[in-house]
Design a protein around this ligand. Structure first.
Ligand SMILES: O=C(O)CCC(=O)C(=O)O
Length: 290
């Protein structure tokens, strides 16, 4: 099956074995027209409203490059809240926003799916359940949601990573669904993947132990840039991918935004690592996917 192949939602349902074959070969699936343009607009408006409602005048920023956002409370408490993460380059040394807040925002995370009524409805939808079922994730639990803005000329780079680095289960089961809220291309920061890398081991582990974020290198090897494959998507499409698949996105160098809504799932029957940074309090347990 050709690497460039994409599927429609109906094709996946009608020929699930083809979709599964593709997923097993490459570690991801691009499924078009999962959401309508109106639904994408609704999510975008909602995310913008949430930013408007954030009354903070200062922030601690969000470093994608240095990865040092892990160590702050804003990050840890986002396991059970909707927190705001801003672009480093849009925050001055005193923590003040250097432009309108909407131009400084990097992302919202990581509990939109359980705390916001609009995102709740889009997150727990039947289509996701069916798609996950086809790739054999039969009892999905939704652990984390991020709304990524990648604003024109500002939205920063995400370095190569595997999502199981952050969301470890035994056996591995972390799976992502990335929804394009805008069209994405190589200029505005589309996702790049290394096809087939889902068969490799996890190279890094980020965990939270004794009140400290620990970053471990398990395999000291860089991802091979020459193997990168861009996934340019139309708004309303999704990219479903394996938690071991290496992926990244570049800075947005265009005048078009590249918003995306990203969900991370794991299998209810797998053991969720007690060392994962994302731990939910007793009064807000993970909800089984309906
Ligand atoms: O949307 C992006 O630019 C990157 C998202 C990503 O890598 C993730 O959520 O794991």
């Amino acid at each position: 099956m050709k690497l460039e192949s994409t599927f429609t939602y109906n094709q996946v349902l009608e020929e699930p074995e083809n979709a599964l074959k593709y997923y097993k070969a490459y570690g991801f699936l691009v499924v078009e027209n999962v959401f309508s343009l109106i639904q994408c607009q609704e999510m975008k408006k909602r995310a913008e409203l949430l930013v408007e409602e954030d009354k903070s005048l200062k922030t601690i920023g969000f470093s994608l490059k240095k990865n040092n956002h892990h160590s702050d409370n804003n990050f840890l408490s986002s396991a059970y809240k909707i927190n705001y993460f801003y672009e480093d380059e849009m925050i001055d040394k005193n923590g003040n926003f250097m432009d309108k807040k909407i131009n400084c925002i990097s992302k919202l995370g990581h509990c939109l799916h359980d705390l916001d009524k609009v995102f709740n409805q889009f997150s727990y939808n039947k289509k996701f359940k069916n798609l996950l079922n086809i790739i054999n994730l039969k009892n999905p639990i939704l652990s984390q949601s991020s709304y990524i803005f990648k604003q024109p000329f500002i939205g920063g780079e995400y370095l190569w990573h595997q999502d199981s680095t952050y969301l470890l289960t035994k056996p591995l089961s972390c799976t992502a669904i990335w929804t394009a809220i805008d069209d994405s291309n190589e200029n505005n920061g589309c996702l790049y993947v290394i096809p087939g890398s889902h068969n490799e081991n996890i190279r890094k582990r980020v965990k939270y132990v004794n009140n400290e974020i620990i970053r471990e290198t398990l395999i000291k090897k860089d991802w091979d840039e020459s193997k990168k494959h861009p996934l340019c998507t139309k708004k309303g499409s999704i990219i479903l991918f394996h938690g071991s698949l290496a992926h990244k996105s570049s800075k947005n160098t265009s005048n078009m935004s590249r918003n995306a809504y990203v969900l991370h799932f794991f299998n209810k029957n797998a053991e969720y690592s007690k060392d994962n940074w994302l731990q939910r309090p007793n009064n807000l347990p993970f909800i089984s996917y309906r």
